[in-house]
Structures are given as structure tokens and as C-alpha cells.
Design a protein around this ligand. Structure first.
Ligand code: UDP
Length: 243
């Protein structure tokens, strides 16, 4: 069972759709999904209970679609369906390497996923299955970041791990600004006041009200999920206090 001690026993990992797209901007990169599945397997084998919340931005984002003329609520439902597609891709990759998974959808879709039932989700986790939450919250005008906060609260996760393509939270976009500075620690209020791009404000407020810490870290660096769950200080931690 790994040897490394766990700082967190039950976690929610928020996976932005963009991460699954790999080097492409859209769609799903098979190699990326496999890499990701291996990273998850490693942490699972340490005895960590893991639930994933899948984004859908690599396929559809409601806000962007609605700018093109699609009614906003319809566009958002399209976005939620995109998260189901991503969830199935990840489920497939995980099961192929022997990790037991369940996809639970907030939108009823019984042929492809279980309906989301909180008590059943926690039971799956106790049994050592990786639970993949698909379909967002099931409501338009929300995001999968908010889904991660909500589900984390519901299942009693100790932390939200927000997987990104950069090292953490910066004072400017590190992809376009050379001198951008990374924060080690931030408070929820700082994130909201500075309008930092960690998660949307609904998601942050939910975490703030319920004292749920968020760790933003680089998923592209091998072994990073393991580092976070075993307590290594990487990325940026968002919590109520600076220490
Ligand atoms: N979405 C929604 N309600 C939710 C979760 C998601 O309407 O509870 C829609 C929304 O249109 C969003 C899209 O699904 O743009 C994809 O999710 P998100 O943008 O959060 O994915 P990510 O950026 O993490 O890939």
C-alpha cells in the first residue's frame, strides 16, 4: 500500500476538460487520458479515496456557445453532456489498467452512467472505487468548479485538488506574462478580491463558507497528485488563513 503517509484520505480531483485535450485545444487526446489514469491509479494504491469531477471545456463551454447564438440554458446542457463524454473516456482508461470506477451523472442517463445518489457515492469510495462525477451539478449557469465544491461538501472530502497545466496560481497569466509570480498560499477573500483565476466565484464562496481548502497544482508533472495527497507543499493552497 505505497509506504508514503497520506495527508488526505478522501479527496476530490477537479479535472478541467482542457487537460484531457493535451496539446490540442479541443477533443480528447488518448495519450493524455492514459497518462492521467496512471497518475490516479498510483494515488488510489496508496489507499486514498478519490472522486473526480470532470469538466467539459475541451468539447463545449456554455458561455462560449451562447455567444454564438445558442440559448444559454441549452448551451449549458450541451456543456454538461460534454462532461459525460469526458467521464466515459477516463473511466475506460482507468478500467483498462485495473482501477474499479463508477461514473455517476447528475443528469439521468441510465444506459451509460449511474444516477448521482450521495450515499451510494460514499459507499463506492469506501469500497475503494474511483467515483467520476459527470454532468456537473445538473443545472445550467453553474460550472464544474462549483460541482467540485458541492460534491466535496456532500461526500466529506478533505480538500479539492484542482489540476491545471501550470504550477499554481499566479498574479498574471504565466503563459503570456514572463514575470508572473506564483502564490504559495492565498485566502479565499484574496482570490475573490484580486479576481484570481482559481475557480469561479460561486465555487470559491462555497469553499469559503464550508472551510474547504483548495490545492491548485500542475498535473503535467508526473507524481504531483501523489505529492499533494502525501502533504508535500507544492502548487498554491487556498484556505481561510495564510498559515
Ligand atoms: N455546466 C453547467 N452546469 C454545471 C456544470 C457545467 O451548465 O453544473 C456546463 C457549462 O456550460 C460549462 C460546461 O458545462 O461551461 C463545461 O463545464 P466547465 O466549463 O466547468 O468545464 P471545464 O472548464 O472545467 O473543462
Amino acid at each position: 500500500m505505497g509506504g508514503l503517509k497520506l495527508k488526505y484520505k478522501r479527496v476530490i480531483l477537479k479535472v478541467t476538460g482542457e487537460v484531457l485535450a493535451g496539446a490540442q485545444k479541443n477533443g480528447i487526446d488518448g495519450a493524455m487520458v492514459s497518462y492521467f489514469a496512471e497518475e490516479i491509479k498510483e494515488v488510489k494504491e496508496m489507499g486514498c479515496e478519490m472522486a473526480l469531477v470532470m469538466g467539459g471545456g475541451n468539447i463545449f463551454r456554455g458561455a462560449e456557445l451562447s455567444e454564438g447564438g445558442t440559448e444559454r440554458a441549452t448551451a449549458d446542457y450541451m456543456g454538461m453532456l460534454a462532461t459525460v463524454i469526458n467521464s466515459l473516456a477516463l473511466q475506460d482508461a482507468l478500467e483498462k489498467i485495473g482501477v474499479a470506477t463508477r461514473v455517476m451523472s447528475a443528469i439521468d442517463m441510465r444506459q451509460v452512467a449511474e444516477p448521482y445518489i450521495r450515499r451510494r457515492a460514499t459507499r463506492h469510495l469506501e469500497k475503494g472505487r474511483v467515483v467520476i462525477f459527470a454532468g456537473g451539478t445538473g443545472n445550467p449557469y453553474f460550472t464544474t468548479d462549483t460541482t467540485a465544491s458541492l460534491r466535496a461538501m456532500e461526500i466529506g472530502a478533505e480538500v479539492i485538488l484542482k489540476a491545471t497545466k501550470v504550477e499554481g496560481v499566479y498574479d498574471a497569466d504565466p503563459m503570456t506574462h514572463q514575470g508572473a509570480k506564483k502564490y504559495g498560499k492565498l485566502t479565499y477573500i484574496e482570490v475573490l478580491n484580486k479576481e484570481l483565476k482559481v475557480m469561479d466565484s460561486t465555487a470559491i464562496s462555497l469553499c469559503m463558507d464550508n472551510h474547504l481548502p483548495i490545492v491548485v497544482f500542475n498535473i503535467m508533472e508526473k507524481g504531483n497528485i501523489k505529492r499533494v495527497v502525501s502533504g508535500e507543499e507544492i502548487g498554491t493552497v487556498v484556505s481561510a488563513g495564510r498559515r
